[in-house]
Ligand binder design. Sequence first.
Ligand SMILES: [Zn+2]
Length: 110
Amino acid sequence: MNVPCRQCNTPVDESTAVCPVCGATNPAQRYGPPPGSATMQTTAVNGGVVIRDIDIPFGRMVVLILKFMAASIPAYLLVMVIMFMLMGVFAGVMAAVMPDVFTAPAASGL
Ligand SMILES: [Zn+2]
């Protein structure tokens, strides 16, 4: 039975080990190597990249997402620092434009 090659879509036999057109290994196999090894099939589309398939067991996906979250903590801290700096600049500008709003009544001598 013929199935399209997973890389070039050329019809190849199910038992073919190597695609005769593009040289892909196991062209009839949809998802590449058997589960246990993390793989990603990516295709360039209009200059971008589309991730078609991530073939990994559920448990490893959970671990992967946990690692992503842990890795994103420094990024969150960096964003927070930038936000505080922008708020400081904003508050400084507002204090210069409207000094009355930012001056406490006790400090203004009332
Ligand atoms: Zn092929």
